[in-house]
Design a protein around this ligand. Structure first.
Ligand SMILES: Nc1ncnc2c1ncn2[C@@H]1O[C@H](COP(=O)(O)OP(=O)(O)OP(=O)(O)O)[C@@H](O)[C@H]1O
Ligand SMILES: [Mg+2]
Length: 301
C-alpha cells in the first residue's frame, strides 16, 4: 500500500510512529506537509502537487492536521478524496470535530451524554444561561481554547458573572458548563479506531487543579472502562464521523459525559501509558479499509 501521512513535521512523535508502523508492515509511506501542497481544482483533471511534483498512486491518507491549519489542511485532504484516495478520517468529519459547538450539538442530537452546556452571545442573557446550567460552581470555556488554556472554574455566581463579562467583553465565544465535581479532577481519554476502544487512559489533575491536561501537569495511567463508557466513546466517534478519534469523557453521577472528540489525537501519551502499538493499529485499519473511491462523502458537504 502507498500511504500519505499528512503532517507538518516528520519529527513529531505521532508522525514518526506512523511512518515506522507503515514501513514495518511493508508499506511505502511518505510524510506530506499539507501547507506545501497546491492543487488544481478542475472538473476534467483534479490534481495535487507537492513541491513541484504531482502526487499520484496513493491508496490511503492518514491526516494529522493540527488545529491551526484546519482550513487549508482539510482542503488538501478533500482534494485527495476527490482523487479517490481513502482517508482514514474524512475531511468533513475533521471539520465537524474542529467546531466545538457543532460537535456538541451533533452529540446532543444523537443522545450522547454531555455536561449541561449553555451558550450565549449577549451579556444581557448571562443570568439566564447561568441558571439554566444549574448555577455556580460552573466551568467557563473559550471555544478557541486548547490544552486547558481558557478553561476556568468559577466557584461562585459572582465569580462566574465577572469572568463571563470579561470574556464576552473581549468578543470571545464561550461555553458555560455544569461543573462535574464528582470527576475529581480526572478525565478519561478513550482512543477509538473503527468500532472499538483500542486503549484508554485516565488523566488526573495535579493537586489543587481541576484540569487534567497533561500540559497542565496532569498524569496519565491505564484506565479500565465500563461497557457504557466504551459504547459512549465509540458512538461519539461515529456521530462525528471519525474512524480514528480521541474521545474525552468525564465520569459523572449520571454516567459518562463526553467533553470532546479529537480528530488528530496524540499518540505519545497514550502509547507510553498503555504500552499499545496504536500507530500499528491505525496503519492496519487503513490497510484493511483502503479501496479507491471508498470515501463516504468524497469531500462533499
Ligand atoms: N464541565 C467540567 N467539569 C469538570 N471538569 C472539567 C469540565 N470541563 C473540563 N474539565 C476539566 O478541564 C480539562 C480541560 O477542559 P477541555 O478538555 O474542555 O479543554 P481543553 O483541553 O482546553 O480543550 P481541548 O480538549 O479542545 O484541547 C478537562 O480535561 C477536564 O479535566
Ligand atoms: Mg481537553
Amino acid at each position: 500500500m502507498k500511504l500519505a501521512i499528512l503532517s507538518r513535521k516528520p519529527s513529531l512523535y505521532s508522525t514518526r510512529r506512523l511512518m515506522k508502523a507503515a514501513r514495518d508492515r511493508g508499506h511505502e509511506a511518505r510524510v506530506i506537509d499539507p501547507l506545501h501542497c497546491y492543487m488544481s481544482v478542475s472538473t476534467a483533471r483534479p490534481a495535487i502537487y507537492y513541491k513541484g511534483e504531482e502526487l499520484t498512486g496513493f491508496d490511503a491518507v492518514i491526516p494529522r492536521i493540527g488545529a491551526s491549519i484546519t482550513f487549508y489542511g482539510t482542503a488538501v485532504l478533500r482534494q485527495f478524496e476527490m482523487l479517490g484516495v481513502y482517508p482514514v478520517n474524512e475531511s468533513v468529519a475533521i471539520s465537524r470535530a474542529r467546531d466545538k459547538l457543532r460537535s456538541l450539538q451533533l452529540l446532543a442530537r444523537k443522545g450522547i451524554g454531555l455536561p449541561v452546556t449553555g451558550l450565549a452571545h449577549s451579556p444581557d442573557d448571562i443570568q439566564h444561561v447561568i441558571s439554566m446550567v444549574g448555577g455556580a460552581p460552573l466551568v467557563l470555556k473559550l471555544i478557541e481554547g486548547t490544552q486547558g488554556i481558557g478553561v476556568v472554574l468559577a466557584e461562585t455566581p459572582k465569580a462566574a458573572e465577572s469572568v463571563i463579562d470579561a470574556f464576552l467583553g473581549l468578543k470571545a465565544n464561550i461555553l458555560i458548563q455544569e461543573y462535574i465535581r464528582e470527576a475529581r479532577g480526572a478525565d478519561i481519554r478513550a482512543f477509538v479506531i473503527g468500532d472499538k476502544v483500542v486503549a484508554a487512559m485516565k488523566r488526573q489533575a495535579r493537586e489543587g487543579e481541576f484540569r487534567s491536561n497533561l500540559h497542565r501537569g496532569g498524569s496519565g495511567s491505564i484506565a479500565k472502562l465500563t461497557p457504557e463508557e466504551r459504547s459512549t466513546a465509540v458512538r461519539a466517534a461515529r456521530v462525528i464521523g471519525l474512524n480514528v478519534a480521541g474521545v474525552d469523557i468525564l465520569r459523572s453521577n449520571h454516567g459518562p459525559v463526553v467533553l470532546e472528540v479529537n480528530s488528530s489525537p496524540g499518540l505519545e501519551g497514550i502509547e507510553q501509558v498503555t504500552n499499545r502499538d496504536i500507530a500499528g493499529m491505525i496503519v492496519e485499519f487503513a490497510q484493511k479499509n483502503a479501496r479507491a473511491n471508498r470515501t463516504r462523502t468524497r469531500g462533499k458537504g
